[in-house]
Design a protein around this ligand. Structure first.
Ligand code: NOJ
Length: 745
């Protein structure tokens, strides 16, 4: 415990201040400089700035630019790279751009630093479960600091796509299903990556992606069609991108999907009308990987030339990998199929970002090889990774206080394919770049380090994650029989979530349920730890084990963080950022749904329900237990009648009624009871994470602003309508206390 308090102290010193991001300064002298540069550039050089090549993901130690790429660089035909890192290698490439190309314009190095670079932190969905914005911001900043010492200027993160369908593997990369939670997480991550000042060492450019609504893929199948109304788009899917823009994000990535017939990477409405004209964004937009070329597959372009014209006209400034802007757009401009002014505008945005990032003054800013060793995987970074991993864990069930475990437990059987050292890479989750499994703390090692000298730990894998072969269920049962308690660590491998990893079956894969059934049969108490990149359908499991710990994929400190929670050194405080369905048939299942004309009724068949499954999810949005208990009382509103445009203060008392100190996420939901368009049954409008000692009571206050009471009316204008509103406050989206107020004219 003392060790953990010390770690907290180090972290506080290390990340001493709350970071805040700046948006790109629009400086007249810089804009004038950009004008003069553009005037001097050939068409090829201009299109070069809009061309991003790469995709080979290499660093100092592996391959180098080939001859063709080097030649393009010298000709000024490359504006940025994807997937190249290493202080030396990026410095070498930058030298070619700056010293050997005619215009001497530095290049940008972009990389997918999604949840840490060397110090891999929990997957974003897990971090969102912490509901701790300060920690999430620190985590993003740590990723930026590590990225910046290996030559990276720009990360393709945060992913801010709302996901209501856990079949979609990329749900792991975002903050779940809720627009409000995802928006504040998006802003925290932008602040973290871009830092207090983008010119500071350790700040890198963020890129909010995938604009827009990539997570709305039909049937949860990656890259599939999205067809949602403008209302749902604006109310549910767009808010997190807007929040990223408001937080000062300098780049966005256009998505691979279409929305109602309009592919995002060719959508002038999205990229120009909404993003620039409505939201005032003045950075640049990069396409997703080959998404300009894919406009041909979407069948809105008959060939590469048309695809490029559509993309550029839409306002997608940089073409990732397709090489269409660099090649086909030369003739397209010369033959006046597209105006050079459009090209100039995109070049201006790219150069603006390069200027503002300081590259013209310091082109080698992130390429000092002496910095890496002191920064990557430093003890401070590991300590932060451990803290955030601990807060990302969600306790879903704890019958008879089976947890926390005593460090003096005589014999623990640790079973499962994700518990040992052989599969520890899987603990990192999607988008984790490391070839050094040694840096990962496995569950077996984490638990062993907690146990006293007399305790015995027996480990058995039991079965593989996915495959049928190699099962050792018999041996696992033998181990389990000798133990006082069984800890089963089951779930998904790294590659089962993330990009191109959609699933139709969300049960524990392979023979893992069979293994768990056999463990349950021994009659010993079973603690189930689930590691996954998405909600899994674990109804049977939940009903048959003593405790369920949702651990997600927690990164390099998995074993330590999990052991902190299992043995009570850290009291779990995570809450689900996404609904856990009982079965795949309930999907999509989200808490902020509409009421419908026939809302569910226990007694009436002809209401919105299933004949073979309950409507309720297995675990609702916002749910998570603690080793202590909290009681909510005294919900008070500053007024019961307000007029349109007034704010309201809501306060509630929260008391720790258990025996341990703990943290609680106090959540506030709002419902507009009757409106001219249908409104969700409730919507999260605020939350606060508080700490309480046993017996301590705190009053938590929220401000409800007029904007929070407003919605889009039938003509898509934002309005507040008179009538009653219901306020619900509680520790999850279901168990709340309520009050009502009225908004008058
Ligand atoms: C495709 C993915 O959709 C995107 O998220 C990623 O940033 C790019 N590839 C670059 O790796």
């Amino acid at each position: 415990m003392r060790q953990i308090v010390q770690l907290h102290f180090i972290l506080l010193l290390f990340f001493f201040a709350r970071l805040s991001a700046q948006s790109i300064p629009l400086s007249p002298p810089i804009e004038a400089k950009i004008d003069s540069i553009i005037r001097l550039m050939t068409l090829e050089e201009k299109l070069g700035q809009l061309n991003q090549i790469g995709g080979t993901w290499y660093d100092d130690k592996t391959e180098r630019l080939n001859e063709e790429q080097t030649a393009l660089l010298r000709q000024g035909k490359i504006g940025s790279f994807l997937g190249v890192m290493g202080a030396e290698e990026t410095g070498r490439i930058q030298r070619i751009a700056v010293e050997q190309s005619r215009m001497h314009i530095p290049v940008l190095f972009g990389y997918d630093v999604i949840h840490g670079l060397a110090t891999i932190t929990p997957i974003p969905l897990a971090e969102a479960s912490s509901w701790n914005l300060s920690l999430v911001e620190q985590s993003a900043h740590m990723a930026a600091v590590e990225a910046s010492v290996v030559g990276i200027h720009w990360t393709y993160a945060p992913m801010v796509d709302i996901a209501r369908d856990p079949r979609w593997g990329r749900i792991a990369e975002g903050s779940g299903e809720d627009p409000y939670l995802s928006s504040v997480m998006a802003a925290a991550r932008v602040r973290g990556f871009q830092g207090m000042n983008i010119l500071d060492d350790g700040s890198i450019l963020a890129c909010a992606k995938h604009f827009a609504a990539y997570g709305g893929a039909e049937a949860g199948r990656d890259y599939n069609t999205v067809d949602i109304s403008e209302r749902t788009l604006r109310e549910v899917y767009l808010p997190p991108y807007k929040a990223a823009v408001d937080a000062g994000v300098w780049t966005l990535m256009s998505a691979l999907n279409e929305i109602g017939g309009d592919p995002s990477s060719g959508s002038r409405w999205l990229m120009t009308d909404v993003l620039r004209n409505e939201w005032g964004f003045n950075g640049f937009v990069v396409s997703d990987y080959t998404s300009i070329q894919e406009l041909i597959n979407h069948r809105i372009a008959k060939d590469r030339t048309e695809a490029g014209i559509i993309g550029l006209n839409a306002g997608v400034d940089v073409d990732m990998v397709s090489r269409i802007y660099m090649n086909e757009m030369i003739d397209a401009v010369r033959s006046k199929k597209i105006s050079e002014t459009i090209v100039n505008e995109s070049v201006r945005r790219v150069l603006r970002v390069k200027f503002a990032y300081g590259l013209f003054d310091h082109p080698y800013r992130n390429s000092d090889p002496s910095k890496g060793p002191n920064v990557l995987l430093s003890s401070q970074h590991r300590a932060l990774a451990r803290t955030i991993a601990g807060e990302s864990i969600v306790l879903l069930k704890n019958e008879n206080e089976s947890l926390p475990l005593s460090k003096k437990t005589k014999t623990i059987a640790l079973i499962g394919p994700l518990a040992g050292n052989e599969n520890k890479r899987e603990l990192l989750g999607t988008w984790a770049w490391t070839d050094k499994p040694d840096i990962i703390v496995s569950v077996v090692d984490g638990i062993r380090s907690k146990l006293g000298p007399t305790a015995k730990l027996i480990y058995e894998k039991g079965c593989e994650i996915e495959s049928d072969s190699g099962a050792r269920i018999e041996q696992a049962i033998k181990a389990a029989r000798q133990a006082d308690v069984i800890v089963a660590v089951l779930g998904e491998s790294q590659h089962m979530s993330g990009e191109a990893a959609s699933r139709t079956n969300l049960d524990l894969p392979g023979r893992q349920r069979e293994l768990l059934k056999a463990l349950v049969k021994t009659g010993k108490p079973v603690i189930l730890v689930v590691m996954n990149g998405r909600p899994l359908t674990i109804q049977w499991e939940t009903e048959h084990v003593a405790a369920v710990v949702e651990a997600w994929h927690l990164g390099v400190e998995t074993g330590n963080a999990l052991a902190d929670v299992l043995f009570g050194d850290v009291n779990p405080s995570g809450k689900l950022p996404v609904t856990f369905p009982r079965n795949v048939g309930q999907i999509p299942h989200y808490y902020n749904h509409k009421n419908s004309g026939r809302p569910f009724s226990e007694t009436d068949k002809y209401t919105s329900r299933y004949i073979d499954s309950p409507n309720e999810p297995l675990f609702p949005f916002g749910y998570g237990l603690s080793y202590t208990t909290f009681q909510y009382s005294n919900l008070t509103l500053s007024a019961t009648n307000i007029t349109k445009g007034q704010t309201l203060t809501v306060s509630v008392d929260v008391e720790n009624t258990g025996k341990r100190s703990g943290e609680e996420v106090v959540q506030l939901y709002l419902r507009d009871d009757v409106a001219s368009v249908t409104r969700p049954v409730k919507e999260l409008k605020g939350f606060k994470k508080i700490s309480l000692n046993p017996g301590e009571k705190k009053t938590v206050a929220f401000t409800l602003s007029p904007d929070m009471m407003s919605f889009y009316d039938l003509s898509m204008k934002r309005v507040i309508e008179p009538g009653t509103f219901t306020v619900s406050v509680g520790g999850n989206s279901v168990d709340c206390i309520q009050s009502q107020y009225t908004v008058g004219e």
